[in-house]
Write a new protein. Structure first.
Length: 50
């Protein structure tokens, strides 16, 4: 094995990081909401806010 290689142990499970999971879910929701808002504003601008 090379000196800088990382050894993977398949029997060892990494602990579930709840804070990171909540942050990722929040970012996904934010992304979806921002795309919807940008699309809505683009449609309003296209039809001159009528």
């Amino acid at each position: 094995m090379e000196e800088g290689a990382v050894k993977l142990d398949k029997n060892k499970k990494t602990p579930f990081n709840r804070i990171k999971f909540k942050r990722r879910i929040g970012l996904v929701i934010y992304d979806i909401a921002s795309v919807i808002a940008a699309s809505y504003l683009a449609i309003l601008m296209r039809y001159e806010f009528h």
